[in-house]
Design a binder for this molecule. Structure first.
Ligand SMILES: NC(=O)c1ccc[n+]([C@@H]2O[C@H](COP(=O)([O-])OP(=O)(O)OC[C@H]3O[C@@H](n4cnc5c(N)ncnc54)[C@H](O)[C@@H]3O)[C@@H](O)[C@H]2O)c1
Length: 327
């Protein structure tokens, strides 16, 4: 599938490498970034991405959050398939607009939620069916930020749309929706605790409730000096514990505990996933499948659910109240 990549930073470069021989061109407003990736991949570097739309069937959009939606809309209008890096716009309004445009396009819109493709996470999701209804979820996710964030797009409210609650929290909101379904209410406290990026937050604590009675809690931060990823799901018949994402987030593992009818210590099963991060490759394959009409993860509905959850959390943090997660 002939593909163009827009935005040649950390994630765009990664996506371009996985596109392999499908890659036709790349584009970045920073000519140096575009040309360097183009040289590495042996493809053209375009000065204007619009010039390349007729030569491809799909694009990957890995730009700062604030510039992505306008690009996605133009591509969808031409019937191109789009892999849009999370988040689905800067806010719920933008996410809704993208979902509407996708609904009337012959192109597929997939939101890049690579965490679902981490083997510990996808295996846990498979196992959940054996453990019965979810009772609660708990997640911690963060890194130590970066001096100078205030000068990068992530420190610019216009380009970023949110701080860590959006940037990393969108993965957690997505995973909580995937494991637990749509939440009903949201409560959050957010802080600009350390980095000079106000009004953007570098620390967030969140609490979600579900119609079923289930509860979820998470903490995301750029004040988590040692990188950490942990997601735990507690269900009626057992629990699932995902730790690490490989690399700086530590080895990836999954533990599944199953309750014993007689009580006492649960049965434990453990999986360790060593080796390189396969999530990007698996997600690329899923995107290719999606363009061939197969079901896929990261649909516009998935992206919308994560943005609805975050919108309610931001509203809660602003008002100091529990807010409904709107449908
Ligand atoms: N799935 C994940 O785990 C994950 C991780 C990091 C980032 N992301 C997402 O990927 C996207 C990019 O993040 P990143 O970390 O690669 O950022 P980055 O800063 O490394 O790269 C962004 C690139 O976009 C370029 N750019 C800026 N404005 C542009 C425009 N108008 N047109 C074309 N290019 C433009 C910049 O020059 C830069 O090279 C963001 O949406 C981010 O949320 C996802």
């Amino acid at each position: 599938m002939r593909t163009g990549v827009i935005g040649c930073g950390l994630i765009g470069s990664r996506r371009a490498r996985w596109a392999g021989t499908d890659l036709v061109w790349v584009h970045d407003t920073c000519a140096e970034a575009g040309e360097s990736l183009a040289r590495e991949c042996g493809v053209a570097a375009l000065q204007d991405w619009r010039d390349g739309l007729e030569r491809v069937e799909a694009i990957v959009v890995a730009t700062p959050n604030g510039v992505a939606p306008a690009i996605v809309v133009q591509a969808l209008e031409r019937g191109l398939h789009v892999l849009l890096e999370k988040p689905m716009g800067r806010n719920l309004q933008e996410a809704r607009h993208l979902a509407e445009r996708a609904a009337v396009s012959s192109g597929v819109l997939k939101i890049g939620f690579n965490h679902r493709y981490h083997p510990a996470v996808s295996k846990a999701h498979e196992l959940l069916a054996e453990l019965g209804p979810v009772l609660s979820l708990r997640a911690r996710y963060g890194h130590g930020g970066r001096p100078g964030y205030e000068n990068e797009w992530r420190g610019n409210p216009e380009l970023a749309g949110g701080g860590v609650l959006l940037d990393q929290g969108v993965h957690i909101a997505d995973l909580m929706g995937w494991f637990g379904g749509p939440p009903a209410t949201a409560y959050a406290q957010i802080r600009t605790a350390c980095w000079p990026i106000a009004p953007l937050e570098d620390t967030a604590f969140a609490l979600l409730t579900y119609e079923s009675g289930a509860l979820a809690q998470f903490h995301v931060g750029w004040t988590q000096w040692k990188n950490l990823f942990s997601l735990e799901v507690f269900a009626e018949m057992g629990s699932l514990h995902m730790e690490g994402l490989g690399g700086s987030y530590g080895p990836e593992s999954l533990r599944c505990y199953r309750r014993r009818p007689q009580g006492g210590a649960p049965d434990e099963q453990r999986w360790d996933f060593e080796g390189p991060d396969s999530s990007w490759e698996l997600e690329w394959r899923d995107f290719l499948g999606a363009t061939a009409g197969q079901p896929y993860w990261g649909t516009p509905a998935d992206g919308l659910l994560a943005m609805r959850t975050l919108e309610a959390l931001y509203a809660s943090a602003a008002k100091g109240l529990v807010c409904p997660v709107v449908t």
